[in-house]
Design a protein around this ligand. Structure first.
Ligand code: MG
Length: 234
């Protein structure tokens, strides 16, 4: 008998990988072990919790018990995405604050707050996904309250706005465009700082860096830009 089972995108992905895993192990049947392996690969946050729980049946049941059951007639979980972009001019003698940390460099962003282009792009992506406008509406650069403050405060405030609306952050992906310095070695510290402010795991944040191949203001080292996309669950 055919029937429609409502699956969220991560579950769909897990089932796809479970079939692939079964295939790789020359099994004609998708077995529970294949599903577990696929789940661990598709939902790293859940996998981490399961590892902590010892992957015992009792541990699994305890973790499953934390998932709120969907009541009859209740709307299934909805996913919402938001996009964010920011650019700041760079000037000598300013701290290069990015992703909530200070990266050693001779130039830094010019801005009303600390000019953290990555945090600002993420903030806009989250506000966009929540349908709450943009960073300028919540933290106007004309308000002296926000002068020289850490942009992590913007993220902490945004987190509260999401909590009030029962919106949960699933994942954030971001790219920083900057000619110099190399950012890769600083990403673990940035992900930790951003995740702490947002109350999520660092594994839920993916960061990437690009140069602008020497082209334009960013290529000449005169500016830094960042793009971010955030996915929320309602
Ligand atoms: Mg900005």
């Amino acid at each position: 008998m055919a029937c429609d089972i409502p699956l969220d995108p991560v579950t769909k992905l897990a089932i796809f990988f479970a079939a692939k895993t079964a295939d790789e192990h020359e099994s004609k049947l998708v077995r529970p072990a294949h599903l577990l392996v696929a789940l661990a690969g598709s939902d790293t946050s859940l996998a981490k919790k399961l590892m902590k729980a010892g992957l015992t049946e009792a541990g699994l049941r305890k973790e499953l018990g934390r998932i709120k059951p969907t009541k009859a007639g209740e709307r299934p979980h909805l996913h919402r995405s938001g996009i964010g972009y920011d650019l700041h001019r760079l000037a000598e003698g300013r701290k290069l604050t990015l992703g909530g940390i200070v990266v050693p460099f001779e130039k830094g962003p010019v801005g009303h707050s600390d000019g953290d282009a990555l945090a600002h792009a993420i903030c806009d992506a989250l506000l966009g996904a929540a349908g709450l406008g943009d960073i300028g509406a919540h933290f106007p650069d004309t308000d002296p309250k926000w002068k020289s403050v850490s942009s992590l405060l913007f993220l902490e405030h945004t987190r509260k706005l999401l909590d009030q609306r029962s919106l949960r952050i699933i994942h954030i992906d971001a790219v920083v465009i900057l000619e110099r310095p190399k950012l890769g070695p600083h990403f673990p510290a940035m992900r930790a700082a951003l995740a702490k402010s947002l109350g999520i795991e660092p594994e839920q944040i993916n960061l990437k860096a690009k140069t602008n191949e020497g082209v334009g203001e960013i290529g000449r080292g005169e500016a830094i830009a960042s793009h971010a996309i955030a996915t929320l669950e309602a």
